[in-house]
Design a protein around this ligand. Structure first.
Ligand code: ADP
Ligand code: MG
Length: 577
């Protein structure tokens, strides 16, 4: 065959093929144009999954009558004028291809009125050719109607997915834009049904609740970070709310929805060690960065971008994600295969010892032991959900139900925590001592007597009132009010000795915290002790009021959480799909 320049009908279809792959591509381009035009209200109507009709109406600045003919020419754009402009693009569009491409493969109609014009116009284009233009009266803004998409490229029609899939792609894209551009009122009507309607009041949680549901929307964790290089904002799912694919990790970079597998792996890396293998978070992350730091001109639909310094962005994302979930994901979520008690104890104990190490080494330890969803970082978390008592187990644990599953509470560790906070947080300006009706005398072995003399200041500081009473003996006048229900002698002894049967030398680096920890250990309810229902309830309530309810003062967990998710999986109610 001889070499020929292709006729316009052919070349325009080839070019259109790059930009307009399926109905959702049209929706995205039109949306972006409306946003670039400064619209505060965008309504989208879809019929027959976009194959029959895609209509986008906005109240943006509109198109000038005299520019209406040129807007549909390839590479006609009002957004850039020189090659240098490509380096600092602030708009979503810039290639000037969308309208030309869409009009080449559909029956296309546009109505618009520019802000400074008194009258609007209506223009019809069929398969790329202008077939009619007239003045009309209308409000400022633009309406674009795309009918019979691909009517002249039947091959394309064949490659479309099932209607339901095409519709899902459309609502997915529209809802992400609605979420990011939360100041714009969006409405999406598919096949006559309103599937999304936002009110432009910048309330992203409200939009999330439309996209997911109320409960889910509430549970999303807020991501917030900024440094001199970039700003990150958005929402990511808590550990008990995951998906089996990465497909629900979305990025907006400078207002543009983009795919970027590297950044999405930064998110999954942030979750590493927190989620079970094969589970992925749901994330909507909005990144703001100087336009000179990225190249948006690498893809015909602008769905991909190149970052100049992707390492820096990667690290920032990974760190903030990790920090965000660590701050909210407080408890030991034990995977199902640790149900066997011995295993459970062994591993919890083991993890407990390591509490003071860095997150990273703990993470290594966890992955080396395949404890993919065990996470202990209770110190950063405050608060506990409201728990409903189920009952006592093995006279040692208390089972309770929370909004997100089962909690097993170690009664001793929990009580230690409660006592610790009560003593440590006493308001010293108030009266913290409870005077005894009859002072009690305590005679101590010499080592302990010496210890008591050294600690006198600390003891008085927490509410004890003591008087020397002959050799090796002290008289207890008052005890800390928070310990008033305890045996006063036991309370005092616990402060000076680690172990009541074999009093061993205490180390010299004594401080208030250590002393309180020791008192709590001795006075707290023991494992094996029967608790009445009332006492169990009280313990849970007291624990809920603690600042750090998840660990005992030694750093061991006070509770294990088994999420509904784990239960459902273990009982085969939910597969891995
Ligand atoms: P690009 O967005 O890359 O500039 P398009 O083909 O999408 O290219 O649009 C061409 C031009 O038409 C835009 O630059 C803009 O000036 C104008 N335009 C398109 N859609 C709208 C709209 N909804 N409101 C106002 N102007 C629009
Ligand atoms: Mg455009």
């Amino acid at each position: 065959m001889p070499i020929l320049v292709l006729p316009k009908e052919v070349s325009s279809k080839i070019a259109a093929g790059e930009v307009v792959e399926r109905p959702v591509s049209v929706v995205k381009e039109l949306l972006e144009n409306s946003i670039d035009a400064g619209a505060t209200e965008i309504s989208i109507k879809i019929v027959h999954a976009g194959k029959r009709l895609i209509e986008v109406i906005d109240n943006g600045e509109g198109i000038l009558y005299e520019e209406s003919g040129i807007a549909f020419k390839r590479y006609a754009t009002s957004k850039i004028s020189s090659a240098e402009d490509l380096e600092k693009i602030q708009t979503l569009g810039f290639r000037g291809e969308a309208l030309a491409s869409i009009a080449a493969v559909s029956r296309f109609m546009i109505e618009s009125r520019a802000r400074n014009e008194k009258i609007g116009f209506n223009l019809v284009i069929q398969g790329g050719d202008e077939t009619g233009k007239k003045h009309i009266g209308r409000s400022v803004g633009t309406l674009i109607r795309v009918e019979d998409l691909f009517f002249n490229v039947p091959a394309r029609l064949k490659f479309l997915k099932k209607d339901i899939t095409e519709r899902r792609l459309i609502s997915l894209i529209v809802s992400r834009y609605a979420l990011f551009y939360a100041g714009i009122r969006f409405s999406l009507i598919q096949e006559g049904k309103k599937v999304l309607a936002t009110n432009g009041n910048n309330n992203r949680r409200e939009i999330l609740s439309q996209v997911y549901n109320l409960e889910t929307a509430k549970s999303f964790l807020e991501v917030n970070y900024s440094d001199e290089y970039l700003q990150l904002e958005g929402y990511t799912s808590p550990l008990n709310f995951t998906r089996s694919t990465r497909k629900e990790i979305f990025f907006f970079i400078n207002g543009r929805l983009v795919n970027n597998p590297v950044l999405s792996s930064a998110i999954t890396r942030g979750y590493h060690g927190f989620l079970m293998v094969g589970r992925f978070p749901i994330t909507n992350l909005f990144i703001n960065i100087s336009p000179t730091e990225l190249d948006v001109n690498v893809h015909p639909t602008k769905a991909e971008i190149r970052l100049k310094n992707s390492n820096q962005v990667f690290t920032a994302i990974q760190r903030i994600i990790r920090k965000t979930i660590a701050a909210y994901a407080p408890y030991a979520a034990i995977p199902a295969h640790f149900w066997k008690t011995s295993e459970l104890e062994k591993n919890v104990g083991h993890l407990g010892i390591d509490l003071n190490s860095s997150v990273d080494s703990r993470q290594e330890m966890q992955s080396s032991e395949r404890l993919t969803s065990v996470h202990l970082d209770p110190l950063k978390y405050s608060g506990l959900p409201l728990l409903r008592l189920i009952g006592q187990l093995g006279l040692t644990y208390i089972a309770a139900e929370g909004p997100d599953g089962l909690y097993l509470i170690d009664q001793h560790a929990a009580h230690e925590r409660i006592l610790f906070e009560k003593i440590a947080n006493q308001d010293v300006d108030k009266n913290i001592s409870q005077f005894l009706l009859e002072p009690i005398t305590v005679t101590l072995p010499s080592a302990q007597f010496e210890r008591l003399e050294q600690q006198l200041g600390l003891l008085i500081g927490i509410g004890f009132q003591l008087e020397p009473f002959g050799p090796g003996t002290y008289k207890i006048m008052a005890v800390p009010q928070v310990l008033s229900s305890m045996d006063p002698k036991e309370a005092l002894m616990s402060a000076v000795s680690d172990d009541k049967d074999s009093p061993k030398e205490l180390v010299d680096t004594e401080n208030k915290e250590k002393m309180i920890t020791r008192i709590c250990k001795r006075l707290a309810i023991k494992g094996g002790q029967v608790l009445s229902t009332q006492e169990q309830k009280q313990l849970i309530r007291d624990l809920e009021n603690c600042k750090n309810p998840r660990t005992c003062p030694h750093g061991r967990p006070t509770m294990i959480h088994i999420s509904v998710d784990v239960l459902e999986r273990q009982f085969g109610r939910r597969g891995s799909v």
